[in-house]
Design a protein around this ligand. Structure first.
Ligand SMILES: [Zn+2]
Length: 318
C-alpha cells in the first residue's frame, strides 16, 4: 500500500479530470468536474484544491501533482500563459494551487500536448524510447518533441507549432493564424470541414449536406466511398505525410506518435497516402528509422500524472 502515487489533472475548456495513479499507470481513483469558465481564478483554484485535498487526506503515498493545460505554458514557473478556452492569461497555476493545499507537494504544469508526449513515454507506445515526436490531431494540430528524453523547449513556450507551417502559402485555405495553407487547414477537425466546404460544388454527387458538414460525417462517408469525403481524407493523408516527412528530416526520430480523437477515428483512411508521401519526401536512412504509431493513452489526466515521474527522472540525470 505504500507504493508511491501521483495526482494527474487535465484542465480543459469544459471539464477538469483528476486521477490518482501509480508509477505503472494503474488508476486508484478518478473524478471529472465541470470547468466553469465564468468563475474567478479564486473560485476555480478553490474547487481544484478541494478535490486534491480530499485525495491527500485519503492517500498518504501521493508524492506530487502533474497538471496539463491548453496553450503555451511556462513550465519552469508553473504559469499558463494563454489558455484561450478558459480565458486564462498568465495564470500562476502552481502558486495558486500550492497555497491552498493541506500539505506541500511538488506541482508540475505543462502544455497538454507535451503531457500527451510524456504520458506515452511512461505508459504508452514510447516506453524505453528517447527520441520521438508527438502530434496531437483534434480541432487543430499541435506537436511535441522528445530529444534524448527531454521535451524540447522554445524561448517563448510555443515550440513545435507545426500546425501553422504552410504547405501552400499562395493558394491554400486561409487559417485563423492569418497564413494560407497551414498544415492544420488540411489535417484537423477544422481543416476537414473547411476543405469539404471549399470543394462542395465540385462533387455534385456527394451525400454531404452543405450546411451540416461535420468531421464525423466526412469520416463516415469516406468509409462509404463518397468522392468529396475521399478527397478530404486523401488530402489530409498527404499533408500529414508531408508534416511527418519534415519531422523525420529535422529530428530523425524513431517514432512519430499520432494522438487525438480525429486521427484515431480516421487513420485507416489516411494511412496509405501518409506512408506514400513520407517515403517520397524523406531521406532513406531517416525513413527506415521511423515508425508511425497511433497513441495508446486515452486518459489525459493519467498522462498528467506522469509529469511527476518525468520531472524526477530529469532531475536525476541533470
Ligand atoms: Zn495557421
Amino acid at each position: 500500500m505504500s507504493q508511491p502515487l501521483t495526482i494527474g489533472l487535465d484542465i480543459g475548456g469544459t471539464k477538469m479530470a483528476f486521477v490518482v495513479a501509480d508509477r505503472q499507470g494503474n488508476i486508484c481513483d478518478e473524478i471529472t468536474l465541470p470547468t466553469l469558465v465564468g468563475d474567478s481564478h479564486d473560485v476555480t483554484f478553490e474547487r481544484i484544491a478541494n478535490q486534491i485535498n480530499v485525495y491527500l487526506q485519503q492517500y498518504e503515498a501521493i508524492e506530487g501533482i502533474g497538471i496539463g493545460v491548453p496553450g503555451p505554458v511556462d513550465s519552469e514557473n508553473g504559469i499558463a500563459i494563454n489558455a484561450v478556452n478558459m480565458l486564462w492569461e498568465n495564470v500562476q497555476v502552481s502558486d495558486e494551487l500550492s497555497k491552498r493545499l493541506i500539505r506541500p507537494l511538488p506541482i508540475y504544469v505543462e502544455n497538454d500536448v507535451n503531457v500527451g508526449a510524456i504520458g506515452e513515454q511512461l505508459f504508452g507506445v514510447a516506453q524505453g524510447v528517447s527520441n520521438y515526436i508527438y502530434l496531437a490531431i483534434g480541432t487543430g494540430l499541435g506537436g511535441a518533441v522528445m530529444i534524448n528524453n527531454q521535451i524540447m523547449r522554445g524561448v517563448s513556450h510555443s515550440e513545435m507549432e507545426i500546425g501553422h507551417v504552410s504547405v501552400d502559402p499562395i493558394h491554400g485555405r486561409e487559417c485563423t493564424c492569418g497564413l494560407r495553407g497551414c498544415v492544420e487547414m488540411s489535417i484537423s477537425g477544422k481543416g476537414f470541414v473547411a476543405n469539404a466546404k471549399q470543394h462542395y460544388a465540385d462533387y455534385p454527387n456527394t451525400k454531404m449536406v452543405e450546411d451540416n458538414i461535420t468531421t464525423h460525417e466526412i469520416i463516415r462517408l469516406s468509409d462509404e466511398g463518397d468522392e468529396l469525403a475521399r478527397f478530404v481524407t486523401d488530402e489530409a493523408g498527404v499533408v500529414l505525410g508531408i508534416a511527418c516527412a519534415w519531422c523525420t528530416s529535422i529530428f530523425n526520430p524513431s517514432i512519430i506518435i499520432l494522438g487525438g480523437g480525429l486521427i484515431h477515428a480516421s487513420y485507416h483512411l489516411l494511412e496509405d497516402k501518409l506512408q506514400e508521401t513520407l517515403k517520397q519526401r524523406t531521406l532513406i536512412q531517416n525513413y527506415e528509422a521511423v515508425t508511425i504509431s497511433l497513441s495508446k493513452l486515452t486518459n489525459a489526466a493519467l498522462g498528467a500524472s506522469a509529469l511527476v515521474w518525468y520531472y524526477k527522472q530529469s532531475k536525476v540525470k541533470s
